[in-house]
Design a protein. Structure first.
Lengths: 220, 220
């Protein structure tokens, strides 16, 4: 198994030869269909590295409401899928494959062993975790504190950046799920944006007409 | 300066003698009156250790709303007051002294230097940060998602007032419809209330046993 992409992530040079072999022997490849569940609540798979596709991590409320908290794209890795390796940290996230995806996985058993015997790996784990948590907190703060118009504007600005264009193929339902809101709220706000000339609404599409206006709104 | 309390926290044995001296020479004592601001938004003091009193960390919305996210008591330390030492992490918290307090501070300059030259200190930093973040996230999730216990308590308090008594003739289905939720969620939460002695569940009835307890819950 070519563990190259893991090498740089895992502070490869800080590993002993024995540890390097352990990683190489234990990396597995996982494939997921679009929309397949990758990580259920409470699951602890291990260290993930996305090689193809994209994962979406979300929180799930007791009422079944989803809030998207981050995405993991090609070349990126995620340690929150190894939460059981971090003592004293209790955080449950769900993950699904947003597209057909391929991952490299270092199982939680071997990963735990490495973090226990090598402080550099341990450092890698917590550094990555802190970084993700800070991302998740940012999203939560948005929801709690920011006005919904700003959040929606920010969503559209970022979606354009990801799509590399101004016509977005996205339903109000999808936007609502992403923003932890209700479809009606999204529709109402999009209609306001449309009246203000910021966007144009089509069937299953939102076209951004005034990106600068949206960016101003997103910046507050 | 007696740096003893820092010793164990900072993985003291992992420090070289030179590093140990650096810490001892650079620890300062800070004292705060009750209600004094310890950390403003965007401030980066350094590594804090509370020796007396208690700090309260909170987030502040643009509209000035506060949300308490954690407390730091005697013998506990906090790295989120050194956020500038963590690259790629953007998180702004405020802190105030909830009581008259005394802290030991290792300034961000020296702390940064130590994290850069010693991977154990770096590990300590991110481990502590991840732990705090996970605490903060739990609080945020409660606010965002667990609002349901409050809403249900409020519903019951008002229903008693309307009924002029404590025995309510109402099905879980009716409550769910009223609160825009699912029957299963209502049933689960009522069962929790029942275990806590707040209500007694009968066939088609909910009897409130501890109205003060429910009111406290409803008030948040």
């Amino acid at each position: 198994m070519d563990a190259t992409p893991f090498f740089q992530l895992l502070y490869w040079d800080a590993l002993t030869e024995k540890e390097q072999n352990l990683v190489e022997e234990n990396i597995r490849t996982l494939r997921f269909e679009k929309n397949a569940l990758v990580l259920g609540g409470g699951d602890c798979l291990g260290l993930l590295l996305v090689t193809k596709g994209r994962l979406r991590a979300y929180l799930l409320s007791e009422e079944g409401r989803e809030v998207t908290v981050f995405r993991v794209g090609p070349g990126e890795c995620c340690v929150l899928s190894a939460s059981c390796v971090m003592s004293q940290i209790h955080f449950e996230t769900h993950m699904e494959a947003e597209e057909e995806s391929e991952l490299l996985l270092l199982g939680s058993g071997v990963f735990r062993q490495l973090t226990e015997e090598n402080v550099s790996i341990r450092c890698f784990l917590y550094e990555m975790a802190a970084e993700r948590f800070s991302e998740v907190l940012w999203v939560m703060q948005q929801i709690l504190f920011m006005g919904f118009d700003r959040r929606l504007a920010l969503f559209l600005v970022e979606a354009c950046r990801r799509a590399g264009g101004q016509q977005l193929k996205v339903t109000h339902e999808q936007i609502a799920r992403d923003l932890g809101s209700a479809r009606e709220v999204v529709t109402r706000m999009l209609r306001r944006f449309s009246e203000e000339g910021l966007v144009e609404l089509g069937r299953g599409t939102v076209t951004v007409k005034a990106p600068e206006g949206l960016e101003r709104l997103a910046d507050g």
